[in-house]
Design a protein around this ligand. Structure first.
Ligand code: UDP
Length: 239
């Protein structure tokens, strides 16, 4: 039943770093499996789920490796990295019996479908997990912005932002023992206090579309279900 769900259709944003596990870069299969299982649990509760996955674990447009490169070219490499992550997550989801489609903002028809909004909606109606790859398809953007954009396009009830911590803090809780955790924030507060939740473009987009952002711990036990039911620790950002 979906009775206990606060949100029915959600976009889950997973940063590339969340796939590294304890590694310094790349993809840790065990971590990806753990995340896949959290997604399966949420699906079984009746949630409709689509995903945007970052690429920071493989490539970042502003990384040292990209220095000396034209920004746009480096960003395209970053977008290609998100496609690799999308395929890794697709595999992990299929291994545990879920139906998925990868839709890329940059056409790569030998590997995945091109992003077509109506097709993505149809996949979701059929209960497939849609994985949006290649960010927005544009350099100078981030996968946070892509997440906000796709959440709006898919008519999502919430944007779930999986992180390593259990919400948004006033300071980095790993560095500052007095850091305070917020239960709720407004979009305005996030922007004014310059809290590092998602980039400003993403916050503005979700605010305009009136989509709450739920910041919650992923792959560390809290789980996607906790964010969907409100039973797990999280910070909710809304008006
Ligand atoms: N990127 C881009 N346009 C987009 C999404 C991503 O140019 O719409 C590039 C950008 O270089 C970014 C990289 O892809 O640094 C990886 O994405 P991001 O940093 O958002 O990944 P995350 O931090 O979530 O792992």
């Amino acid at each position: 039943s979906s009775a206990s769900l606060r949100y029915r259709r959600v976009l889950l944003k997973i940063s590339g770093e969340a796939l590294m596990g304890s590694g310094q870069y790349g993809i840790d299969n065990e971590t990806v499996s753990r995340i896949a299982n959290e997604i399966k649990d949420a699906k079984e509760l009746g949630a409709e789920i689509c995903l945007v996955i970052g690429g920071g674990n493989i490539f970042r447009g502003v990384s040292p490796a990209a220095q000396g490169m034209e920004r746009a070219s480096a960003d395209y490499m970053g977008m290609l990295a998100t496609v690799m992550n999308a395929l890794a997550v697709q595999n992990a989801l299929e291994r545990i019996g879920l139906y998925t489609r990868v839709l890329s903002a940059i056409e790569m028809t030998a590997i995945c479908e091109p992003y077509i909004r109506r097709r993505a909606l149809r996949h979701m109606e059929k209960g497939r997990i849609v994985i949006f790859a290649a960010g927005t398809g544009n350099p100078f953007f981030t996968t946070d912005t892509a997440a906000a954009l796709r959440a709006a396009e898919m008519g999502c009830d919430a944007l779930l932002k999986g992180t390593q911590v259990d919400g948004v803090y006033s300071a980095d809780p790993k560095l500052d023992p007095d850091a305070e955790r917020f239960e709720h924030l407004s979009y305005h507060e996030v922007l004014m206090r310059d809290l590092k939740v998602m980039d400003q473009a993403a916050i503005s987009l979700t605010r305009e579309s009136d989509i709450p952002i739920v910041v919650f711990p992923i792959g560390v036990g809290g789980g996607v279900v906790g964010a969907l039911t409100g039973e797990g620790a999280s910070t909710v950002i809304s008006d």
